[in-house]
Design a protein around this ligand. Structure first.
Ligand SMILES: [Fe+2]
Length: 399
């Protein structure tokens, strides 16, 4: 189904069409959009998505060899058409009573990610104790998720976000506001909420942020956190994965830690992050002190970091080896959790201490997400820094 047809379906659809006006943004804004029309050419020519993208690679892996987009879609849809939602087996959770709420905290992984069950983000956060509890849980677990929040309008999402930080622009701070014609997400404007980024994907526009990254680290002051709402989920696939940046730092060899501890690296945005044709970049410490927990994270994401700062004058071959050793820390199963989306699921993560990636495995199914960024209310904490103390210093650590 085409992006331009999203709205017809949503208009007839049940839950959120009554509270969220999806009609205008997708329908009227993409139909004549040059980028959309260019992407659509491939679909009109019955060419599958490129194998060089995860969405294309997984689609080809799922189906017998064919170069027909229509055949590929049909094969995958036949595989997925009878899926139903069910729950099997035990789910481990911690019961917590707080402010009259009986919460169930479901860990997604030993070190990161918790789903908070038993809460209504519209009415239960009036109690400041509940907000304080969620904030502490977020700092500890770095990713917190919620189910069954599809009654939240876009305005309600903004209200929710403000309880934790200042709502940033689509890519965080205001120093650099991307206006790239090469990013399909930026072509959709949300009336009244310009800070919201809408991320659609369907059979014509395969679209997923596949690749480990923290949001907008090419900004001098990258956003503290991000909030993602799922409005429409594929029947299978499209999870968001998160990776623990404390563990990534801990997992480096002592030799590498000593070499890189006080280095800085250059983070460069992609063509989709350009503003007025200019590609953004920023220089940040490789080891970053989390400004609220005091712990050290590895603040290098291969999606945006290609080299160390020129001032260090590190030989090319050594740079390659060091970056490779860091790359090997990304996405290790021991450091990683997956959040499976349902319509109305929300995830809020700490960009200072986890990487994330969309699992680009769900084409040709539809997926519709909405994102807000949040900035630290404490402005002096927004610029990444490294300040080792006696507990975090590499000089005092052992392998
Ligand atoms: Fe992202």
């Amino acid at each position: 189904m085409a992006v331009s047809q999203f709205n017809d379906q949503l208009g007839q659809d049940s839950n959120f069409a009554t509270t969220i006006d999806m009609k205008s943004p997708l329908e009227s804004q993409l139909t004549d959009n040059p980028l959309y029309l260019k992407i659509k050419e491939r679909s009109d020519a019955d060419k599958p998505p490129s194998r060089s993208s995860p969405l294309g690679a997984v689609a080809h892996a799922r189906a017998p060899a064919t170069e027909s987009r229509a055949e590929l879609m049909q094969y995958i849809r036949d595989q997925d058409k009878d899926l139903e939602v069910g729950y099997f087996g035990a789910i481990r959770y911690k019961p917590v009573s707080l402010g009259g709420l009986d919460l169930k905290l479901e860990p997604l992984h030993p070190s990161i990610g918790t789903i908070v069950h038993g809460i209504d983000l519209n009415k239960d956060l009036e109690n400041p104790k509940v907000v304080d509890f969620l904030r502490a849980l977020w700092l500890e677990r770095r990713v917190i998720g919620f189910r069954n929040q599809d009654h939240l309008t876009r305005d309600d999402m903004v209200k929710f976000a403000k309880r934790f930080g200042e709502v940033g622009e689509q890519f965080g701070e205001r120093e650099h506001r991307p206006n790239s014609p090469h990013d399909i997400n930026q072509q959709i404007k949300v009336p009244g909420i310009p800070n919201m980024l809408v991320l659609p994907s369907d059979e014509i526009v395969p679209n997923a942020a596949s690749g480990w990254h923290c949001d907008a680290t090419w900004q001098p002051k990258p956003p503290m956190g991000s909030i993602l709402m799922c409005r429409e989920a594929p029947p299978i696939g499209g999870d968001t994965c998160f990776c623990d940046c404390y563990a990534m730092w801990e997992g480096l060899s002592l030799e590498v830690k000593k070499r890189v501890e006080f280095l800085r690296a250059v983070h460069v945005g992609s063509v989709g992050h350009q503003m007025d044709g200019k590609t953004p970049s920023a220089v940040h410490p490789v080891a970053r002190t989390h400004p609220e927990t005091g712990r050290t994270t590895l603040y290098v994401q291969q999606g945006f970091v290609k080299k160390f700062a020129d001032e260090h004058d590190i030989p090319t071959e050594e740079q390659r080896k060091l970056l490779h050793s860091m790359k090997m820390q990304e996405g290790r199963p021991e450091y990683t959790c997956r959040f499976q989306w349902e319509p109305g699921s929300i995830a809020m993560w700490d960009n200072r201490a986890v990487l994330h990636t969309a699992s680009g495995d769900f084409w040709p199914h539809r997926r519709l997400m909405e994102r807000l960024t949040i900035l630290d209310y404490e402005r002096e904490r927004r610029v990444p820094y490294y300040a080792p103390n006696q507990h975090s210093s590499v000089a005092n650590s052992q392998n």
